[in-house]
Design a protein around this ligand. Structure first.
Ligand code: HEM
Ligand SMILES: *[C@@H]1O[C@H](CO)[C@@H](O)[C@H](O)[C@H]1NC(C)=O
Ligand SMILES: *[C@@H]1O[C@H](CO)[C@@H](O)[C@H](O)[C@H]1NC(C)=O
Length: 490
């Protein structure tokens, strides 16, 4: 047969097949733009501006719509009502984790961030309990973060007020706090193991947020057949994993079941109890995946938020002045800020909330998946369908936050200057999958930022008016543009 004819025939078959598939599922799934065979709605999405594309589509199809990522449908929820209704009111049904092919390949459904079902439930419960045992949200971890804040300030002092890119130093502090939770001890900022770990994590976040990866997540086959940055991602992951396995081995050898030192110890003890001393290979895989998750979820998120905060503070010097005035008044110069101060510092608290709202760190959340067939509004979403929740649409809601594209701590203050809570503040998501490190992250942001501002004046290298705060990447996470500044000791 003529090869062209074969091609035309097979394409029309595919077209028919995909039209049939849609019409059979269509009556139940929410409306959405018509997908093409194989590529789905790929052409309707600008991978460089995903949130904007989703916002535009929501104007046409409403707050709940279907988008085909390749051949697979995903339900998109846009706006506070839809997001809250799904994640909070139907929490259990929406608690599955949507699949990101690049993570499927490395963590293989283990760990806590990219797992679902019982593995996720057990690991999440265990992780939250262990973080609490180790003092998250309590005095002991506060001491640890305060101590780290002082190390951070010492390191910033060493820049001697000369221009520097703060990315690396700001990354060290949250990374070290996770290190002390997992391995018991922190590292010196010059330690080679620590530097390697940080570099690989940092590089992987950049790769994950690149447009190319959004393409790969839609067409997973590319991960196997194409060269590209994902290869580097796998290499970095393998490096971190082998480092973690080495540490786990050290822990196994020095384990004292009556005296757990850190996260790894708690995990080993729990598994020993379950497996009667037999440490299975799968246990090691699961532990290394879980520990990796804590690193991945807990370091770049916090450090990127801090870096972005410094950029915004330089762009808005009147905000910085008010925060520093509040620090002077409530904390003074002679002691370190502590969590108790936060209740007396509404402006600073509002500023940090506003940074998190404005930067919209994880615009489309991590993908969820429905765990069973769900009736949602008038639709039926079949079990296993991916659900994308636009946190961006909630954080930038223009009724709750007038002029949402303006950075203004006033969004979280009432007329008297008291801190004003908002249900729309969802940078950590909401419901059963809400960030497991929210308490720690908020403690870190408050203590690091106030300690930095207590000790330094932030001096930009350009006129504040010329500072551009538009993110340069916003795939999975919004990444601020690179910048330099001077930390001038006060
Ligand atoms: C500013 C800092 C942070 C932000 C904005 C943030 C945000 C998020 C978001 C949006 C999710 C996904 C929630 C969902 O699927 O609905 C998440 C999950 C998670 N985060 Fe965070 N996070 C931050 C810091 C941390 C820290 C410091 C830790 C360390 C313990 C952490 C641990 C986790 C874990 C373990 C998950 C997975 C939860 C699950 O799937 O059940 N995060 N985070
Ligand atoms: C969204 O719509 C606006 C106005 O119609 C248009 O200018 C913009 O390019 C669209 N953005 C994307 C990413 O589709
Ligand atoms: C577990 O076993 C598989 C093959 O059986 C191997 O590839 C993997 O590296 C092992 N994992 C660990 C953590 O030892």
């Amino acid at each position: 047969m003529d090869p062209v004819l074969v091609l035309v025939l097979s394409l029309s078959c595919l077209l028919l097949l995909s039209l049939w598939k849609q019409s059979s599922g269509r009556g139940k799934l929410p409306p959405g733009p018509t997908p093409l065979p194989i590529i789905g709605n790929f052409l309707q999405i600008d991978v460089k501006y995903i949130q904007q594309s989703l916002t535009n589509l929501s104007k046409v199809y409403g707050p709940v719509f279907t988008l085909y990522m390749g051949m697979k449908p995903a339900v998109v929820l846009h706006g506070y009502e839809a997001v809250k209704e799904a994640l909070a009111d139907h929490g259990e049904e929406f608690s599955g984790r949507g699949r990101l092919p690049i993570f499927d390949k490395v963590v293989k459904g283990l760990g806590v961030v990219f797992s679902s079902g019982n593995i996720w439930k057990d690991t999440r419960r265990f992780s939250l309990m262990t973080l609490r045992n180790l003092g998250m949200g309590k005095r002991s971890i506060e001491d640890r973060v305060q101590e780290e804040a002082q190390c951070l300030v010492e390191e910033l002092r060493k820049t001697n007020g000369l221009p520097c890119d703060p990315t690396f130093i700001l990354g060290c502090a949250p990374c070290n706090v996770i290190c002390s939770i997992i391995f018991q001890n922190r590292f010196d900022y010059k330690d080679q193991d620590f530097l390697n770990l940080m570099e690989k994590l940092n590089e992987n976040t950049k790769i994950l947020s690149s447009p190319w990866l959004q393409v790969c997540n839609t067409f997973p086959v590319l991960l196997d057949i194409c060269p590209g940055s994902h290869k580097k991602f796998f290499k970095n992951y393998a490096y971190i994993k082998s480092y973690l396995l080495e540490k786990i081995k050290e822990h196994q050898e020095s384990l004292d079941v009556t005296n757990p030192r850190d996260f790894i110890d708690y995990f080993l003890i729990k598994r020993r109890q379950e497996n009667q001393d037999q440490l299975l290979n799968s246990t090691l895989e699961h532990l290394s995946a879980t520990v990796f998750d804590l690193f991945a979820a807990g370091t770049e998120t916090t450090s990127t938020t801090m870096r972005y905060a410094l950029l915004l503070l330089m762009k808005h010097p009147h905000v910085t002045a008010k925060v520093q005035e509040e620090i002077d008044r409530v904390v003074g110069r002679n002691r370190s800020p502590c969590m108790q101060d936060r209740g007396h510092m509404p402006y600073t608290d509002a500023m940090i909330h506003e940074v998190q709202r404005f930067i919209d760190l994880i615009p489309n959340n991590l993908p969820h998946e429905v765990t069973c067939d769900v009736k949602f509004r008038n639709y039926l979403i079949p079990k296993g369908t991916m659900v994308i929740t636009s946190l961006s649409s909630v954080l930038h809601d223009n009724k709750e936050f007038p002029n949402p594209e303006t950075f203004d701590p006033g969004h979280f203050l009432d007329g008297e200057g008291n801190f004003k809570k908002s249900d729309y503040f969802m940078p950590f998501s909401t419901g059963k999958r809400i960030c497991a490190g929210e308490g720690l992250a908020r403690m870190e942001l408050f203590l690091y930022l106030t300690t930095i501002l207590q000790n330094f004046k932030l001096k930009p290298l350009v006129n504040p008016k010329d500072i551009d705060t538009t993110p340069v990447l916003n795939g999975l996470a919004s990444v601020p543009p690179a910048f330099q500044l001077c930390f001038i000791p006060i």
